[in-house]
Design a binder for this molecule. Structure first.
Ligand code: GLN
Length: 494
């Protein structure tokens, strides 16, 4: 094999396993070794080599006896927000303590039922709140990319920063993520990998630690669109354990990757041309439009008039739901408990010590917007605006099939930057939040490099349940952009 096993795509690995070029144990060992050599990225909170090798051995046996399942022997990383049976699950928070779930999340169960091998649990922002993976109780995740001629460490994006960094650095073939307001797409863009958040309800939320339940959605990171299509098929589907999961058939997404987008209508929303958009992001977007035109698609100008309210709406609704979801961490039933002289004091001490600053900020904002005096002015108002934002998309899709925008307003930034300015941090989500509020599928594909040599992503937003067209368009951009640059900080096994 000329290619390092950690450089394979999922599709190549499946083919190689089938051809007996290598075994799952070999690919798994290669990844475990890469993980050991790249601990400085802090991508994993928990490594599970024993489980991985056991699963890989079983997988090799299954394949040898002709019983290979769709993802037989593929080593993956799991965002540490997914409960994994008998394996510590932290949500990157101190308050969860040493929680070891007695059950498996539906998404991970589906992946294991299809033959995936678990390498470990990936780092994230605490409770998935953040855009830089600097709020984890287990430390910052480092982006394997560096700016040209600079050695400073960059953020991988968030909240699924461990997932993005690990896929970019070859520390797993694919990884799960969750996306509430951009947590798959933004880190995918920052780390030069591909990530898709499907339609709300496509993947079950059962067993995923809740942040904002009406927005949280599982999805996947991989090296390219084809791999995303393969993985998403496995993760998706109706689950009676999640009342918001949809009983809608899951197509074979890889069938959509025909490269044929002739006549496809691509919407370009004028409101995303925000004031002060950097030239390199504007150029990237133009390039994406050219790729689409060259492939025979039709470009349509559209308007999403309520876009400017999306961030404010999100940062009312997400904290409101978070404050309610996180009320359960009280030192009585889960995780950390700091004893006080009364029950109230025990609650106070536990929560004061167990939650980090950003989580506390969200709980306070959430409690405030839900409080009797402000409920109508903030929470109810935001719900109404959310509907208007959804309606914008519905109207736009009368004129187009998918929407093309940049994924983020900038490339990855340095660790510590924007840390003291929550509003600047929240602006990272300006292009990803509207589709989250509308529950629509959206993906980011790497489409170019910034002037400083960092990856930049383009976002494709689709109609509800139409991940297939999103993936089809993403695949065309990805191939046209020929994105082949690699991060500098991949430390290969000797
Ligand atoms: N960055 C956004 C936030 O901090 C999105 C997080 C997410 O999608 N989980 O809320």
């Amino acid at each position: 094999m000329s290619k390092d096993l950690t450089e394979l795509t999922v599709a190549e690995a499946l083919q190689g396993l089938e051809n007996k070029d290598f075994t799952s144990v070999e690919i798994t060992k290669a990844h475990l070794e890469a993980m050991e050599n790249s601990r400085s990225l802090n991508a994993y909170i928990t490594e599970t080599p024993e489980i991985a090798l056991k699963q890989a051995k079983e997988s090799d046996k299954k394949r040898a006896s002709g019983d290979a399942r769709p993802l037989e022997g593929i080593p993956v990383g799991i965002k540490d927000l997914f409960c994994t049976k008998d394996v510590k699950t932290t949500a990157a928070s101190k308050i969860i303590g040493n929680f070891v779930p007695k059950y498996e999340s539906t998404v991970t169960q589906k992946m294991f039922d299809d033959g995936c091998v678990m390498l470990g649990k990936l780092n994230l922002d605490e409770f998935a709140m953040g855009s830089s993976n600097t709020t984890s109780h287990f430390g910052n995740v480092i982006n394997p990319w560096k700016e040209k001629e600079s050695d400073k460490d960059l953020v991988p994006g968030g909240s699924s920063g461990g997932s993005a960094s690990a896929v970019a650095a070859g520390l797993c073939l694919a990884a799960t993520g969750t996306d509430t307001g951009g947590s798959i797409r933004q880190p995918a863009s920052f780390c030069g990998v591909t990530g898709i958040k499907p339609t709300y309800g496509r993947c079950s939320r059962y067993g995923i630690v809740a942040f904002a339940s009406s927005l949280d959605q599982a999805g996947v990171f991989a090296k390219n669109t084809e791999d995303c299509a393969i993985m998403l098929k496995s993760m998706s589907g109706f689950d009676p354990m999640d009342s918001t999961s949809a009983d809608i058939e899951v197509p074979d997404f890889t069938n959509a990757l025909t490269g044929d987008i002739k006549g496809l209508k691509i919407g370009i929303p004028k409101e995303y041309k925000v004031d002060g958009m950097s030239e390199e992001i504007a150029n990237l977007w133009d390039k994406g439009i050219e790729y689409m035109k060259d492939a025979g698609a039709e470009i349509v100008d559209i308007s999403l008039p309520h876009t400017k309210y999306a961030l404010a709406t999100y940062y009312i609704l997400a904290p409101a739901e978070a404050s309610s979801n996180l009320a359960r961490y009280d030192g009585v039933r889960y995780g950390l408990r700091v004893e006080g002289s009364s029950l109230d004091e025990t609650y106070e001490k536990t929560r004061a010590e167990g939650f980090g600053d950003e989580v506390k900020r969200r709980i306070l904002i959430g409690a405030y917007v839900l409080s009797a005096g402000y409920y109508d002015a903030y929470y109810v108002k935001a719900q109404k605006v959310r509907r208007l934002i959804s309606n914008d998309f519905r109207r736009a899709y009368e004129k187009c099939d998918v929407i093309l925008t940049p994924t983020t307003p900038s490339a990855a930034f340095a660790i510590g930057e924007k840390q003291d300015d929550p509003i600047a941090m929240y602006l990272n989500d300006v292009f990803t939040v509207p589709s989250s509020l509308a529950g629509l599928p959206a993906m980011s594909v790497p489409a170019g490099l910034s002037s400083k040599g960092l990856p930049l992503g383009l976002q494709i937003i689709g109609k509800a349940w139409d991940e297939a067209t999103v993936l089809k368009a993403g695949d065309v951009i990805e191939k046209a952009a020929c994105f082949s640059a690699k991060p500098s900080k991949i430390i290969r096994a000797a």
